[in-house]
Design a protein around this ligand. Structure first.
Ligand code: WT7
Length: 637
């Protein structure tokens, strides 16, 4: 496949950017011409940020899987679409060509249809990182069902909240998952979740680990048995269902500043074009290259840059089931060497954690296939950037630092590999179509360079979220009401003298732990579920590897045993309610929290204490009980 819209030089970039701002409709229409449509659009863009309403390619009809599969299966049937590397290096890897992947997606589309799935149904997918996860996602898209993938690290409670919010009727899962030396009992977690999910009629269970699972008559069926039925039907093809450009493609739940995660909704055409365009340009993908994005498909990075972006471009996408440090800290490098990886896209947390093992795991690894490196999910510190550049890229590979969010669908601000300049710890320049601006607290735009403020976007790009599932008002409130007529990202940002953007971190009550978004309110709710907890306040603090760690201040009533034990109990409670990823790193027991007279917790003070900045706490005179601050300072962990 060729990409006529691939930007090849800095001059190209400036030209494309200018056009995308001055004539956005023409700009995106020309790109959209390169995809397969059942019917062309009537109107390129219709929008206002106040309702909000954003419609791209309205009237157009298509199916994203034809763009990701059929057209490549026709022109390059034997090209590898997915290379799958298992958790255990002793297990054989698998390669699925475009022809094979299409056939498997069609088979599973039949399975879903046999279970009664219809266009518009919501289907929850809770699976390990195996090719069947990608197959299930694409099969949903093929029949026009809306997938809601839930990361395999979330608890039963989190899953049932998500299933109930979206009223899913089918769940696709596996018996278990391997992650490093752990076995995770996915089906058993699903069974617990489904006790409170009356909307679910069918569960399809893939065999992965072989652990015993319960199978409930008329509800649960094995993936393999269902596939056999389709084979017995003679493996009929499955024509892709025609979708409106603005029909929902998927829901992905993400944390915000309230206790309840929200279902970010992306639609078919805009999301497809955005992930494709950003994939091809940011990574400067060349046909035949192997792209390795280390994220889990349970997060937006996996949706956009393991599945939809690469496959829409006819690329080879490497999917990895395991973790970077098992069986040893050379796992990524073994994979790069084994599969001749050309593009490696990972999180700063992974880089920092591998840095901790020194350069020994890199010795005798042939990384010469690497052409482009990328980072995503959190700010990368300059030290980690240089380590990545020197030890992994051998100073031969441009590094792209891609800033974006679940809500933006794909990369918003990033350099383009080898085409636009990189600057360590800076995401640098906006993608064509992205119009960033910085505003102060009052919403006044901050003009000029060498300034910082809150990052907003003023014009829609094709991949912008359309709503939060079942609650459009929440979407308006969260993203479009803080500043009039603007999309607010929730991030703080600075713009240097040359106009490069550097994301400095969240300015709301959202933490970024190892590149995963966690709301402080969500963690507090979970901690407060513990019988002995009276009240809690959670803040982030700088963590060498995770970027941010979770620091919890807890008022506890009637210690059952000792403090260490109680801490463990609280951790267990959080793991039960949300999942292990939300476990606090530190729990400090306090007798009170710093509150204003109106009862509001002054998090600013707690944040400073957690960061270890004990002497500059700012004004504490408005506190109800200033003495409590001294006590908290003394007890700091
Ligand atoms: C938040 C979005 C982007 C997909 C994975 C995370 C932070 C993301 C960067 C970056 C600095 C970054 C922001 C953003 N973030 N990329 N390159 N540099 N910060 O998606 O879970 O929706 O989180 O991650 O704070 O708002 P997400």
């Amino acid at each position: 496949m060729s990409y006529p819209y691939q930007i090849k030089s800095l001059a190209d970039y400036h030209e494309a950017y200018k056009k995308s701002v001055e004539a956005p409709e023409q700009f995106w229409a020309e790109i959209a011409e390169n995809f397969s449509w059942h019917r062309k659009w009537d109107q390129v863009l219709n929008w206002n940020f106040d309702t909000p309403k954003v419609e791209w390619f309205k009237g157009g009809q298509l199916n994203i899987t034809e763009n990701c599969l059929d057209r490549h299966a026709a022109t390059q049937p034997d090209a590898p679409a997915i290379i799958w590397e298992p958790n255990d290096p002793l297990e054989a890897h698998r390669t699925l060509s475009y022809k094979e992947l299409l056939q498997k997606v069609e088979q599973f589309a039949h399975v879903l249809k046999n279970k009664g799935a219809q266009k518009g149904d919501r289907i929850c997918i809770y699976m390990p990182m195996v090719p069947e996860l990608a197959i299930a996602v694409l099969a949903c898209a093929r029949i026009g069902a809306i997938h809601s993938v839930v990361f395999g690290g979330f608890s039963s409670q989190s899953i049932s909240d998500r299933i109930n919010d979206a009223q899913c009727n089918i769940v696709v899962t596996a018996d278990g998952a391997y992650r490093g030396n752990k076995n995770i009992p996915l089906k058993s977690i699903i069974d617990d979740a489904l006790v409170t999910c009356p909307s679910v009629q069918h569960v399809i269970v893939l065999t992965r680990t072989g652990i015993p699972v319960s199978m409930i008559k008329n509800r649960d069926a094995w993936w393999e048995d269902e596939i056999k039925k389709v084979e017995e039907m003679g493996n009929p093809s499955f024509p892709a269902v025609s979708m409106d450009a603005e029909d929902m493609l998927f829901i992905l739940y993400t944390s915000g500043s309230t206790g309840k995660p929200k279902g970010v909704v992306h639609t078919c055409a805009g999301y497809m074009i955005w992930t494709h365009y950003t994939f091809v340009n940011v990574f400067q993908y060349q046909p035949g290259q192997v792209h390795f994005c280390t994220a889990d498909i349970g997060w937006i990075t996996g949706h956009s840059y393991i599945i939809y972006g690469p496959l829409s471009a006819g690329a080879t996408s490497l999917m990895f089931e395991g973790i970077p440090t098992w069986p040893d800290a050379g796992r990524f490098w073994d994979i790069v060497q084994k599969h001749q990886v050309n593009i490696l896209y990972t999180a700063p947390t992974a880089i920092r954690s591998l840095m901790g093992f020194g350069t020994a795991p890199l010795e005798n690894k042939n990384l010469s296939s690497l052409k482009v490196l990328g980072t995503v999910g959190e700010p990368i510190n300059v030290e980690a950037w240089h380590w990545y550049d020197e030890q992994v890229g051998k100073k031969q590979c441009p590094i792209v630092d891609t800033w974006w969010q679940t809500e933006t669908g794909g990369t918003m601000i990033s350099n383009m590999a080898g085409v636009t300049p990189a600057k360590p710890s800076f995401a640098t320049l906006p993608m064509p179509g992205v119009q960033p601006l910085l505003v102060d607290e009052n919403g006044k735009e901050i003009i000029g360079n060498g300034v910082s403020g809150n990052l907003c976007i003023r014009f829609p790009w094709p991949g912008i979220l359309r709503t939060t599932y079942g609650d459009h008002e929440r979407c308006r409130q969260t993203y479009f009401s803080t500043y009039e007529h603007l999309y607010f990202t929730g991030d703080g940002c600075l713009r240097d003298e040359d106009g490069n953007y550097r994301i400095t971190g969240r300015v709301d009550d959202v933490l970024n732990v190892s590149g995963h978004r966690i709301g402080t309110a969500e963690v507090e709710n979970a901690i407060n579920m513990h019988t002995g907890v009276v009240e809690s306040a959670v803040v982030g603090y700088p963590h060498d590897i995770k970027g941010q760690g979770i620091y919890a201040f807890v008022i506890f009533n009637g210690m059952h045993t000792d403090e260490a034990h109680t801490r463990q109990d609280i951790m267990q409670t959080v793991a039960r309610v949300i999942g292990a990823i939300a476990k606090p790193d530190k729990i400090q027991f306090v007798s009170g929290l710093p509150k204003t007279r109106s009862g509001k917790i002054m998090r600013r003070i707690l944040r400073k204490i957690a960061e270890g900045e004990l002497s500059h706490l700012g004004d504490t005179t408005t506190l109800l009980d200033p003495a409590v601050v001294e006590e908290i300072k003394m007890g700091r962990l």
